[in-house]
Design a protein around this ligand. Structure first.
Ligand code: PDD
Length: 281
């Protein structure tokens, strides 16, 4: 495997950054995960637009031009012979003597790019059965709209989910409303309405897959209702599902041990999943 680190393509095992990189010390950096389908980067423009927004919010410079980054992403995908999988790219503020404030003399941001193949069959098999989620209090900071590498709350939530035999954890805010998953957006279906939380108050990440699904709903005879929902409402919904570059659309059949609908993946989630795969081709 090959990775890109600050201007060089290196064997994955030698792909290292300095111990004083601010990403390592302060989680002072941002990232993107983009799906690769049939050798192509899915929704590349939206991922680059979101990277640009994350960088601007944290006042980190682009490590290289957008066009140059696009070339590097393709190069890493090709050098790793990825047809179906993921490309990961991360920008941190750079290497500097440890001090919380930004370096006085600006340093070059660090850029790391990796890519790996995934097993589409494994994901499809999970989607056919549906997955379980468990809920936990949303104890993250108040700017989760920025896709930073500061993911400790997400790590702990996911670990709790895995230990409970679930695929994902759903964060719940202080008023009892679901915000999003540890690394996915959360959705439910009631009647012909598809419900997901608004992304304009910094309480969730504006998922690229989320935006793509919203754009597709009308073509599928579905209506979007952008509002928060409670755990109880989700447990009583006809369907629930999650979206992310890593999972596409994943039906949820159990929330905190309670079956959703008839306990099987629903037609809306499965239909959207199939449709998304075909648009990527
Ligand atoms: N995570 N919400 C959170 C907190 C996420 O971390 C992610 C994605 C999403 C979905 O966004 P998108 O549809 O753009 O992938 C929502 C990536 C996949 C990860 O951390 O691995």
């Amino acid at each position: 495997r090959i990775a890109y680190v600050n201007g060089r393509y290196v064997p994955h095992r030698d792909a290292t950054v300095h111990v004083e990189d601010r990403g390592y010390q302060f989680a002072d950096g941002v990232y993107e995960v983009c799906e690769v389908h049939a050798g192509k980067l899915v929704d590349e423009k939206r991922h680059l637009d979101r990277l640009d927004r994350s960088l601007r919010e944290l006042r980190i410079d682009w490590p290289l031009s957008r066009e140059a980054l696009r070339v590097v992403l393709r190069e890493v995908v090709q050098r790793n012979r990825v047809r179906d999988g993921l490309v990961y790219f991360q920008v941190t503020r750079g290497v500097a003597k440890r001090d919380h404030a930004f370096p006085k003399v600006p340093v070059r941001p660090s850029l790391v790019v990796t890519a790996r193949s995934s097993d589409p069959q494994a994901n499809d098999a999970a989607a056919e059965k549906g997955v379980a989620v468990v809920t936990c209090p949303d104890n993250r900071w108040s700017r989760v709209d920025i896709k930073t590498v500061g993911l400790l709350a997400n790590v702990l939530a996911r670990q709790a989910a895995v230990e409970a035999g679930a695929r994902e954890a759903w964060f719940v805010d202080r008023d009892g409303y679901v915000t999003e998953g540890a690394s996915s957006n959360a959705w439910i279906v009631t009647g012909d309405k598809v419900i997901t939380r608004p992304a304009d108050d910094n309480a969730i990440l504006r998922g690229v897959t989320r935006t793509t699904i919203i754009d597709m709903l009308a073509d599928h005879g579905l209506t979007l209702e952008e509002r928060a929902f409670t755990v109880e409402e989700a447990q009583k919904a006809r369907e629930a599902f999650m979206t992310a570059a890593t999972a596409i659309v994943m039906p949820i059949v159990r929330i905190d041990g309670v079956e959703v609908g008839d306990g099987k993946p629903g037609p809306v989630a499965l239909g959207l999943r199939r449709a998304l795969h075909s648009t990527a081709e």
